[in-house]
Ligand binder design. Structure first.
Ligand SMILES: [Zn+2]
Length: 348
């Protein structure tokens, strides 16, 4: 039997298929809420399915501008985030942004024999490693000067869950100081994504003249990406070891979001979700970006944006074993239905 990645398989109360949670279920939750009203919801609803989120929504900002009147609404419900846990609903109120760059280190105008000049002439890979090491302090806190770091919500991230999710090896510590939710959601993080250098298989006793790395920095939800990119560039130039020539080339930039959860619409959403789930929703952040949230906020600053969820910590979005908890999915459909009903009743 051939099971294709998009064929849904049901096991132990979960549906398994590529994209089943992120983000087909997000579309299905809206359709289910409309179906509950037999296609005639009690308030005006525009369904907008955005298919470019995974590549950063490059067309969306223009589209929102060109169709501003058509898409204008009091509330935008974006069902593309994660719940706090199975059975524990959440609204996402912060998303980190991202900047990245390529950094090139040059130390020689040609390669040298390491036996002839090692000990005096530097090699570019060692210089690059020393430079990259300055991105963090000894304890793993990001050491790039001038980056913002916001306070996180008052939530304890369960350590056993972190262990299960990350698979950190025995004896390997976690990075940084302070509450885990701040390190995941509201503080910057820096990662070396890749290095261009001689492959181990091809290594010879040579001092490399040039080496290159791609560095990615997740930035605080309220950070200006242009400011963060400048801070990253300044840091890399200022910490050039041994006077090495450092060239920084900007990569991509994406803003994070602070999504206020307050006012009558948020109150109606909280009440509807509490009724559906039997427990109060939690306000959480996400360490990653959903750039389209910022696009909607910019295009419709007077509207309430609600970032809701269908996935849970076991959903493994983008993985080969991506899955969706079917009971939670049904509850998410019910919650959105009850929310539309509350909007009709004028609770908001
Ligand atoms: Zn995704």
């Amino acid at each position: 039997m051939v099971v294709r990645p998009w064929t849904i398989t049901e096991r132990n109360g979960r549906a398994y298929a590529r994209g089943v949670g992120d983000d087909k279920a997000g579309v299905a939750v809206h359709l289910a809420a409309l179906r509950a009203f037999e296609g005639l919801p009690p308030v005006g609803v525009t369904v907008f399915v955005e298919g470019e989120e995974e590549i950063g929504s490059p067309s969306l900002a223009n589209l929102l501008e060109e169709n501003h009147d058509l898409l204008r609404a009091d509330v935008f419900v974006i069902a593309d985030s994660g719940n706090w846990d199975v059975g524990a609903p959440a609204f996402t109120t912060t998303l980190r942004g991202l900047v990245d760059c390529t950094v090139e280190v040059r130390v020689l105008d040609h390669a040298l024999h390491s036996g002839s000049f090692g000990g005096v002439a530097p090699d570019a890979l060692t210089a690059l490693c020393r430079l990259l090491a300055t991105l963090h302090d000894e304890r793993g806190n990001v050491a790039i000067e001038g980056l913002r770091a916001g306070p996180g919500p008052d939530l304890d991230y369960p350590l056993d869950r972190l262990e299960a999710e990350t698979g950190v090896l025995d004896g390997v510590g976690y990075l940084g100081d302070g509450p885990v939710v701040e390190r995941l959601w509201t503080k910057p993080s820096a990662t070396v994504l890749a290095i261009d250098a001689t492959r181990v298989l091809d290594a010879s006793n040579t001092l490399a003249p040039v080496a290159r790395a791609k560095v990615s920095v997740r930035i605080a939800p309220d950070e200006d990406p242009a400011v963060a990119m400048q801070a990253l560039t300044d840091h890399l130039l200022r910490h050039a070891p041994w006077g090495a020539q450092v060239l920084v080339t900007d990569g991509s930039q994406g803003a994070g979001s602070v999504i206020p959860f307050q006012g009558p619409v948020a109150d109606a959403a909280r009440a509807a979700f509490t009724e559906a789930w039997g427990t109060e929703p939690v306000l959480i952040g996400q360490g990653g970006s959903i750039p389209m949230v910022a696009d909607f906020q910019r295009a419709f600053p007077e509207a309430t944006v609600l970032v809701t969820a269908v996935c849970d910590p076991d959903s493994r979005a983008h993985g080969i074993d991506e899955s969706l908890d079917l009971a939670d999915f049904a509850t998410a459909c019910l919650a959105e239905t009850l929310f539309l009903d509350r909007l009709r009743r004028g609770d908001a």
